[in-house]
Design a protein around this ligand. Structure first.
Ligand code: ATP
Ligand code: MG
Length: 183
């Protein structure tokens, strides 16, 4: 699977509908301070199932919704969609019949989030597992938060092991084993 497009409406500073084409070879986003670079990376992490509002630099999950500016009113919902190219058919079996998967997370003020894949409502867990298998996911070491390098240097050995497991591509298996043990 490859990321092909990221769409945002009402997420943080992106109040107007915005669409980004994630072409192969893209290595970075540049722009002046405060223009929304970190917000974009957070949108990616959020649509992949991030549960921690602290990881969104927020004091509650509703804070990801556009909070208004001097000339724009606040919004009551935010939506992020990540379009995945699945022509190589590497998505987990339940999602694997389509060439393209559009994963959407929508939040309404005070009502929490709903996830959809190609328009069909799914559990947060399904979305998290979809990305856990692809060695990506909301907690992937491929997405480096501001301040994370410092945390890595100070990390305990067991936390560093989790990073190595992610790099080795086995953390999806751990999540699935955990699910199986719960059943
Ligand atoms: P830097 O180069 O300093 O790291 P950046 O490009 O990463 O900057 P971001 O942190 O992505 O910038 O964007 C910060 C901007 O997003 C701030 O202006 C902040 O007010 C705005 N912002 C964050 N959350 C919201 C929200 N819920 N509603 C409206 N604006 C928001
Ligand atoms: Mg930033």
């Amino acid at each position: 699977m490859k990321f092909s497009r990221l769409k945002l409406v009402g997420f943080k500073s992106f109040t107007d509908p915005t669409e980004l084409h994630l072409k192969s070879g893209l290595t970075g986003i540049v722009g002046p301070n405060g223009c929304g670079k970190s917000n974009l990376v957070e949108a990616l992490r959020w649509v992949m199932g991030e549960n921690s509002y602290k990881n969104m630099r927020a004091s509650g999950m509703d804070d990801v919704i556009f909070s208004g500016s001097s000339n724009r009113p606040q919004r009551n919902s935010a939506e992020v969609s990540l379009v995945l190219d699945n022509k190589d058919r590497t998505a987990p079996a339940i999602f694997n019949k389509d060439d393209e998967l559009e994963v959407t997370r929508r939040i309404e003020r005070e009502q929490g989030s709903v996830y959809r894949v190609n328009g069909r409502e799914v559990r947060a867990r399904d979305v998290q597992l979809l990305f856990a298998d692809a060695s990506t996911g909301a907690h992937s070491p491929a997405l480096v938060r501001q301040g994370q390098i410092g945390e890595l240097i100070a990390a305990k050995p067991v936390q560093r092991r989790a990073i190595l497991e992610e790099a080795a591509g086995i953390s999806g298996l751990h999540s699935r084993r955990h699910e199986a043990e719960l059943r």
